[in-house]
Design a protein around this ligand. Structure first.
Ligand code: FRU
Length: 460
């Protein structure tokens, strides 16, 4: 029996976003495209919907959007990882898949290797584990999470760490994945208040520059930086948020066989922990996002085209509509698992608000507003739920200058998760827990606004 069936009537369980079959899920791990299959490993507690006893859960897909659960890949069953198999990555070495993860034996957190068979379905931990015996360079015991790349005959990896004051990403190299030479600090934070540990570093080349993505503690937001890498040091020249929502954390990216850089992030729950424990599941992955630097070195986000495979029947489709025509069209929409594609044209100080997950009786609703005059996006959960023990945050974010007079929105609603793509540079992910069906939609505006295109489709 699929353990997910026990949640069949749960109004908050996402259906087309990946969740663990049951229990707790956090970071995506070991993302890799191998022999035609996408593998998604993840931080998993099979014992309940709370963080602890970290394992690597495992799912596989041929299209990035329909996932099949596989047995647990790695369990905390060795002396060096008995307190948890923490986050890591997967690479292909000598034609075989290999996993680099963090083995935790409190208080120590150290890099460990697991070899996979050709199908990436069985795993053998290296007898040499842990493969780095202690953090170098006055780094603290927070010494975990791995990003790897190959250059010539060397494997390089960075970890997430800190020196007690600043966050640090130490850089190592190896030929055999077992003996590692320390090369110095690839980057350390300037901010010593919000950035003391770099969790989940992710590093890759894009458009003649390099990108460093990390989830620093105690900031607990995800930032990208782009800049120059000379093989030892990374010098960022710009930075921004990866996602505007507070639930989004610890993403990982990988390159697939088509050369695309694909990112998946973890969205934690934003309701009282006791509700999540009672529900029997916690944590959801975002849809896959294609990320790339533009020519000016800013990171762009596009939902993976495969997500269109999940789109079902068209509920409404119109072009060149007035706002009142769009409102009439939206009045026919009802659901909690759908996608809205909209291209909105606005001038001057016009404001346009899309009302999502609205319940006319209770007034529950979540709103997304484009303030054209201030070029801002405002995602407001103040009225998302009558349950006060859920997030009621409101996120305001500056949109990229390219938005100008037309905003392209792609809004993925899936029960308690809403992913909002606003132009090519901004994504805002929300978690909402209405207490009523809250399945209605509206659009309102002030000023000069028209709707170039509006499509609403059912999601599978
Ligand atoms: C980030 C994180 C990682 C760690 C893992 C443990 O959410 O704290 O740094 O490897 O989760 O579950």
């Amino acid at each position: 029996m699929n353990p997910r069936n026990q949640f069949a009537s749960d109004p908050h369980l996402p259906r087309y976003h990946f969740t663990a079959p049951q229990g707790w899920l956090n970071d995506p791990n070991g993302l890799i495209h191998w022999q035609g299959e996408y593998h998604l490993f993840y931080q998993f507690n099979p014992h309940g919907a709370f963080w602890g006893a970290m394992h690597w859960g495992h799912a596989v897909s041929t299209d990035l959007v329909h996932w099949t659960d596989l047995p647990i890949a790695l369990a905390p069953d060795m002396p060096y990882d008995r307190a948890g198999v923490f986050s890591g990555c997967a690479i292909i070495h000598d034609g075989k898949p290999v996993i680099m993860y963090t083995g935790v034996n409190s208080p120590h957190q150290l890099p460990c290797v697991a070899y996979a068979d050709d199908t990436l379905r069985s795993f053998t931990k290296a007898p040499q584990n842990p493969v780095i015996s202690a953090p170098p360079d006055n780094l603290v015991e927070d010494f975990r999470d791995h990003s790897m790349w190959r250059d010539g005959e060397w494997w390089y990896q960075i970890l997430g760490s800190g020196d007690g004051t600043h966050a640090v990403a130490p850089l190592f190299r190896s030929k055999d994945l077992l003996s590692w030479e320390y090369l110095g600090r690839m980057i350390e934070s300037e901010d010593a208040v919000l950035e003391k540990i770099y969790e989940c570093p992710d590093f890759f080349a894009s458009n003649n520059q390099h990108v460093f993505i990390t989830s620093p503690l105690p900031m607990r937001r995800v930032i990208w930086m782009s800049g120059a890498f000379d093989g030892r040091k990374f010098v960022p020249s710009q930075r921004n948020m990866v996602d505007e929502g507070m639930s989004f954390y610890a993403p990982q990216s990988f390159s697939d066989a088509n050369g695309r850089r694909i990112m998946i992030g973890w969205c934690q729950e934003q309701r009282h922990d006791s509700s999540s424990r009672a529900a029997g599941w916690q944590g959801v992955m975002t849809l896959p996002r294609i990320i790339a630097l533009d020519d000016a070195g800013a990171l762009t986000f596009t939902v993976a085209p495969e997500v269109a495979n999940l789109e079902g029947s068209t509920i409404t489709h119109g072009r060149d509509l007035s706002v009142s025509q769009a409102q009439t069209a939206l009045a026919h929409v009802a659901g909690d698992s759908l996608v809205i594609h909209a291209r909105i044209a606005a001038h001057g100080d016009a404001k346009t608000t899309l009302v999502l997950r609205h319940d006319p009786q209770s007034g529950e609703q979540t709103t997304v507003t484009w303030d054209r005059g201030n070029n801002e996006l405002i995602c407001d959960m103040a009225q998302s739920s009558l349950n006060q023990n859920t997030s009621h945050d409101c996120y305001r974010t500056a949109l990229h200058a390219s938005v100008a007079d037309e905003l392209e929105l792609h809004i993925y609603v899936d029960h308690s998760i809403i992913e909002i793509y606003a132009g090519a540079y901004t994504v805002c992910t929300l978690r909402v827990y209405p207490t009523h069906a809250a399945n209605r939609y509206q659009i309102t505006s002030s000023g000069d606004v028209s709707i170039n295109e509006l499509i609403v489709r059912q999601m599978a």
